[in-house]
Write a protein that binds this ligand. Structure first.
Ligand code: NAP
Length: 312
């Protein structure tokens, strides 16, 4: 298949973590010519094994590319890989489009789009939702900010890992949509964890509970995907606690700037800061259950029913 398709694009890809690696895998599998770079080189090996090529720096991955994707951790990482000394913008050809998939600051998206535009390069902010499962299955939801023509140019590549792509407006609008997404998830996660802790304290069968209420009005992506992991005491990411703390911090800053009080979001952020402070920042967001349990002096894990240390 590789090399046969008439619309084959030269793609640079920076960042091969939980999300980036499977997403990039879909682009490679679609037959495009992909050059990858990530901080820990060993992570790239599975993609090199299926035809991607290695670049020593973001600049090297971007040289000669039609489209460059970045999927790194934090806004500072985005700034470094896009606009740093060995960043994408130092080599990417005029006419190319850079797509930042990282969850990052709306203001940074605007700043980088301006820098790119000076060089004749298009820039989109395109954060995603759907988690590690959605990335593996190529069923992510993509929220886009930037110019419609730039989105049209990269749409076939986004479609290799997305089930929906929505254009929200100019640079930064995709990140604002993602902050609205995270605001909804924040209180949902508190609700899911409190619900399971309540059921454990009441002595219910938790697997049966998830199966039952998941099919009713309490059903949610978070309950369906994270509930079973909580019951197995599987705290592996998934979506890292420290990344969620980053997102909730950005959302709260933006809300304050908009003179908007969001107490549910603020409460969720404080609980997640507590999870991170307890040494679980690199675990998945389902680790919130440990903080809720500990508030009432109960065992951190619900794997064996959650115990009844706080009394019935
Ligand atoms: P991750 O597993 O930590 O992956 C980040 C990747 O970027 C890692 O491979 C990391 O390298 C690399 N990286 C970071 N800084 C770099 C730099 N300066 N130069 C080169 N490579 C760099 O995180 P993730 O879960 O894939 O999430 C990525 C982003 O998507 C985050 O902004 C997150 O908030 C967002 N997001 C995550 C999910 C999810 O469910 N996981 C869902 C939606 C959105 P190392 O391996 O050396 O750390």
């Amino acid at each position: 298949m590789s090399g046969q398709r008439s619309d084959r694009r030269r793609v640079g890809w920076i960042g091969l973590g939980v999300m980036g690696a499977p997403m990039c895998g879909h682009v490679v599998a679609a037959g495009h010519d992909v050059v990858v770079h990530t901080r820990t080189a060993a992570t790239a090996q599975p993609l090199l094994d299926v035809g991607a090529r290695w670049a020593a720096t973001p600049a090297e991955a971007a040289a000669g590319a039609d489209v460059v994707f970045t999927m790194v951790g934090y806004p500072d990482d985005v700034r470094q890989v896009v606009a740093g000394d060995e960043g994408v913008l130092s080599t990417v050809p005029g006419g190319a489009v850079v797509v930042d998939l990282t969850t990052s600051r709306p203001s940074l998206a605007g700043e980088l789009a301006e820098l790119a535009s000076v060089r004749g390069v298009g820039m989109l902010d395109a954060p995603v939702s759907g988690g590690d499962v959605g990335a593996r299955e190529g069923r992510l939801v993509v929220m886009v900010g930037g110019e419609a023509a730039h989105l049209a140019a990269v749409r076939p590549l986004l479609d290799t890992f997305a089930r929906s792509v929505t254009h929200f407006g100019p640079a930064g609008a995709g990140q604002h949509a993602k902050m609205a997404n995270q605001t909804a998830i924040a209180s949902t996660m508190v609700g899911v964890c409190e619900s399971l802790c309540y059921a454990a304290a009441a002595g219910l069968d938790l697997a049966e509970l998830i199966g039952c209420i998941g099919g009713g009005a309490a059903g949610s992506w978070s309950l369906e995907n994270y509930g079973p992991r909580i019951l197995r005491d599987d705290l592996a990411p998934g979506f890292k606690v420290d990344h969620f703390v980053k997102d909730l911090g950005i959302a709260l800053e933006e809300a304050t700037r908009l003179r908007l009080a969001l107490p549910g979001l603020a409460l969720a952020k404080e609980l997640y800061v507590a999870v991170s402070a307890a040494g679980l920042g690199a675990q998945g967001t389902q680790a919130l259950v440990t903080a809720v349990q500990r508030l009432s002096g109960r065992p951190a894990s619900l794997a064996s029913g959650g115990g009844a240390a706080g009394g019935e």
